[in-house]
Design a protein around this ligand. Structure first.
Ligand code: NAD
Length: 336
């Protein structure tokens, strides 16, 4: 069996707890792995690095091309730039892919949610270009480039084709942001018309789209959108299927990929062993598929489906009392 080398960034807040749980579950699935631990964010500074994204961390990701990452806190307002945004830009991880699915055994308002968010990950309002025009007036620049818009649209259509998905819906606000969102739409439409006319295609203004999502999410298949919309809509969709504890994610580029949950560092529950590790475990499953360890991915998937269906062991966010470790133990037991 091939031995994989994977960079592991525990992050902070609930990050270390959920990464330990995920690591244990991945290893129990049979994964032969050498973990290369790396630090980022406040943890890096605490450990004496002069940067929140130290050079050894960047070098490790570059060398091995694959990382599993816990969440990293970003100070609000002032302080260092988001480690997450920096990483995505540095490695050109232009596609954030976030599958959102109803889970049997997790009761929510809807039962048949099975959608995927494809979020442009490198530009939009995350360009970080902000300025004070005159005292009391500040601006933030929304950037859209034709190259990045075409690249993410092509990625979404290719993804939909490979995964046998039927339809791509673009959420936009091109009625107001005529140039930036207008370009995003134009590029999406172009890829649809010229390269993937076999996939259904639709464009919806994002505010109306959000209403449709919460009325009947089962009608949505693949959602394509720019950076900030993708961020906001991801959490909205998480709420449709049981919350942030059950939604995984990946950040994909042409040369490397970083797998991480949609949720953040959850400082309100950090260090209490109550966080749900499932979102990161599911991100690990996406990683296993990415490195062609499909049998292991399937084993873990079956285990969490079984444990959730039985309903005896679940974390607090899903109405249970199990701790982070206990939930991982239950998955490991279910794989035996
Ligand atoms: P959050 O996702 O950390 O938490 C939102 C709510 O969901 C909280 O009530 C939290 O307790 C709950 N929650 C999140 N994950 C959970 C889990 N696995 N199990 C159970 N409950 C869970 O969002 P926030 O509070 O807005 O952000 C906290 C910090 O995380 C911020 O600094 C933010 O910038 C950062 N963040 C990082 C990432 C990342 O590293 N990729 C993503 C989002 C937010």
């Amino acid at each position: 069996m091939a031995k994989h080398t994977i960079v592991l960034i525990p992050g902070d807040g609930i990050g270390p707890e959920v990464t330990v749980a995920t690591r244990r579950v991945l290893e129990a699935s049979g994964l032969s792995v050498e973990w290369v631990e790396a630090v980022a964010g406040a943890t890096a500074v605490e450990q004496g690095h002069d940067n929140v994204l130290p050079e050894p961390t960047l070098q490790a990701i570059k060398a091995h091309g694959i990382a599993l990452k816990g969440p990293v806190t970003t100070p609000v307002g002032t302080g260092f730039k988001s480690v997450n945004v920096q990483l995505r830009k540095h490695f050109n991880l232009y596609a954030a892919v976030r599958p959102v699915r109803s889970l049997e055994g997790v009761k929510t308002r809807f039962e048949n949610v099975d959608l995927v968010i494809v979020r442009e990950n490198t530009e939009g309002l995350y360009s970080g270009i902000e300025a004070e025009v005159v005292p009391g007036v500040v601006t933030s620049m929304k950037v859209a480039s034709e190259a990045a818009c075409l690249r993410i649209a092509r990625y979404a259509f290719r993804y939909a084709t490979r995964r046998h998905r039927k339809k791509i819906t673009v959420f936009h606000k091109a009625n107001i942001m005529k140039m930036t969102d207008g370009l995003f739409l134009k590029c999406s439409r172009q890829i649809y018309e010229e390269e993937y006319p076999n996939i259904e295609y639709d464009e919806v203004i994002i505010d109306a789209g959000c209403m449709k999502l919460v009325q009947d999410p089962s009608r949505i298949d693949v959602l394509l959108m720019e950076n900030l919309y993708g961020d906001v809509v991801s959490d909205l969709c998480a709420g449709l299927v049981g919350g942030l504890g059950v939604v995984p994610g990946s950040n994909i580029g042409d040369h490397c990929a970083i797998f991480e949950a949609v949720h953040g560092s959850a400082p309100d529950i950090a260090g209490k062993n109550v966080a749900n590790p499932l979102a990161l475990i599911m991100s690990g499953v996406m990683m296993l598929n990415h490195i062609h360890e499909e049998a292991m991915a399937e084993r873990i998937k079956r285990a969490y489906n079984q444990v959730l269906m039985e309903g005896k062991v679940r974390t607090r966010d899903l109405g249970g009392t199990a701790g982070t470790d206990q939930f991982a133990d239950a998955l490991i037991a279910a794989m035996k």
